[in-house]
Design a protein around this ligand. Structure first.
Ligand code: HEC
Ligand code: HEC
Ligand code: HEC
Length: 433
């Protein structure tokens, strides 16, 4: 079903159910998830680390604004939702929040005044965090973050989404899981990886599909659709489990390198994922990124083998029939092969491989179209400070040419994705926000 239909269908049901919920269901805050003593203090630095793992800065900081002072627009199918000020300013921030109120915001999606938060705040995932981490975060925001007086624009969605009580019905479905982390298996790296991916890292917010009600379809590996791929702003967030997925094909160390530096021998992190690396994952310890990689790999059993035979055919055609190539292949030879090479293999950690690359073969073409039209830049990270940049081709290639090039890439070297039509390109000509 397409997104708009889903939203309209969801809206009607939520409107009715929300009204019922408003009448019958009391607002409930979960109190502590464990029995830590009331005067428990997080160790020095612990709260800041959880903040990085949870990527709080990304959403709660406006373009060019003070850290955590809110005002970043989050585009949802229901309209624009503005992130709020979470500095400890008593007037415009969360300075007045008690620990219990803060916990309720994090795991129940309830604001201090009792109103429901929009699920643009990923409390579905944060609900799986430990009490220790929630308290460490609270301590960090109250004691280490400077208060900033900044009143952000109020979120004003159109009817029925402006009725926050409708979210209560939504929460019936989406917050059915108990607060606190999943049961441990006893394998330390796997358990740590699972904890980071499911909870603070909220990977499923982008990498799981959405249900009819726009809830995340899968929060832990026991859910069938968990991490089987989602969509973010026209980009495909690839499947992180199953045949052919990156964790299936990449070595654990290659995955850890992608997470901490945004690049490895196969691919580069672009778009929203580039931001996740820049603002969150690069600040985690190597051990934690290895734990995430271990979990992703182990979740799904034996690794598969990439297709090599067909890859050779494309390369051979380009080399032997160089004068008689179709438009897409010719454009590739002229514009791209200098860096990504005729065999589409690129150069490890410098020019990404385009054979068997999920951005190239994605069902949503936004990622590939954006990179070709507007170029791409890898963030500089602590481990890999050099920025790597690819120029955009918007001025040089027409819609017909971009479509032909994309179609070529999606079917070369063993890639097997549907062709792209010229009429699909126009939508991506304006640079991504
Ligand atoms: C994907 C975006 C996103 C991320 C990541 C995120 N938030 Fe939020 N958060 C929001 C949005 C949007 C709102 C406001 C929702 C609304 O108005 O209903 C919000 C609201 C809140 C509130 C309620 C404040 C108030 O009074 O309105 C708190 C507290 C909060 N976030 C803390 C955090 C912390 C701590 C983290 C990191 C662990 C975090 N958020 C990460 C998007 C995000
Ligand atoms: C805000 C949305 C968002 C979040 C949160 C997010 N991702 Fe991603 N991720 C994406 C998008 C979009 C892509 C595709 C980017 C590209 O191809 O360059 C991606 C790509 C990836 C890839 C590359 C897959 C491939 O086949 O090439 C991996 C691995 C990955 N993400 C892991 C994670 C992990 C682990 C987390 C949680 C710690 C996470 N992501 C959180 C949006 C997100
Ligand atoms: C001057 C060298 C250079 C040329 C020419 C070039 N690229 Fe790139 N390309 C790069 C670099 C460097 C990156 C990594 C930057 C990033 O992904 O953020 C990249 C990234 C990409 C990606 C993203 C891969 C991923 O895993 O995220 C795609 C797709 C891509 N290029 C396709 C093309 C196409 C198609 C052309 C020709 C129209 C082309 N490139 C021309 C250097 C180049």
């Amino acid at each position: 079903m397409n997104t708009i239909l889903r939203v309209i269908g969801g809206a009607a049901v939520l409107g009715a159910a929300g009204l019922a919920a408003f009448v019958f269901v009391p607002v409930q805050r979960t109190v502590a998830v464990t029995d830590l003593p009331a005067d428990w203090k997080a160790p020095e630095g612990a709260g800041e680390y959880v903040m990085y793992a949870g990527d709080c800065m990304a959403c709660h900081t406006a373009e060019g604004g003070e850290p955590f002072a809110g005002g970043r627009a989050i585009h949802s199918p229901m309209g624009t939702i503005w992130s709020t000020n979470i500095t400890p300013d008593p007037e415009t921030g969360i300075g007045g929040y008690t620990l219990d109120e803060f916990r309720a915001a994090m795991i129940d999606g309830i604001r201090a005044d009792g109103a429901h938060l929009y699920p643009a705040m990923p409390y579905e995932n944060y609900r799986l965090m430990t009490e220790e981490d929630i308290r460490a975060l609270y301590q960090y925001f109250m004691e280490d973050v400077a208060p900033v007086n900044n009143a952000v624009e109020a979120t004003a969605l159109s009817f029925p989404f402006n009725m926050r009580f409708g979210i209560r019905a939504w929460n019936w479905l989406a917050l059915a899981h108990e607060a606190g982390p999943s049961a441990a298996t006893g394998d330390a790296a796997f358990d740590r990886g699972a904890y980071l991916v499911q909870g603070a890292g909220h990977c499923a917010a982008c990498h799981s599909p959405r249900t009819t009600f726009m809830a995340q379809d899968g929060l832990t590996e026991s859910d069938e659709n968990y991490l089987t791929g989602g969509e973010v702003a026209g980009w495909h967030a690839p499947a992180l489990r199953g045949e052919g997925s990156a964790p299936h094909v990449w070595a654990v160390e290659e995955m850890a390198a992608y997470l901490s530096t945004g690049r490895n021998a196969h691919s580069a992190a672009n778009g929203e994922m580039g931001l996740v690396v820049r603002d969150s994952l690069q600040h985690l310890t190597d051990e934690d990124n290895l734990a995430i990689a271990t979990y992703l790999k182990a979740m799904d059993g034996e690794p598969g083998t990439p297709t090599v035979a067909e890859a050779a055919t494309t390369t051979e055609t380009m080399l032997t029939e160089a004068t008689d190539l179709d438009l897409g292949a010719r454009l590739y030879m002229d514009n791209c092969s200098a860096c990504h090479f005729v065999d589409g293999k690129g150069a490890a950690e410098i020019f990404p491989e385009l054979a068997n690359n999920s951005i190239v073969t994605a069902p949503q073409i936004g990622g590939l179209a954006n990179v070709i039209l507007h170029g791409a830049e890898l963030p500089s990270t602590e481990h890999r400070p050099m920025k790597l940049k690819m120029q955009g081709y918007a001025d040089r290639l027409s819609d017909d040419e971009v479509a032909a090039l994309m179609t070529f890439l999606r079917q070369a070297w063993g890639n097997d994705a549907p062709p792209v039509a010229a009429s699909e390109i126009g939508a991506f000509r304006a640079p991504a926000h």
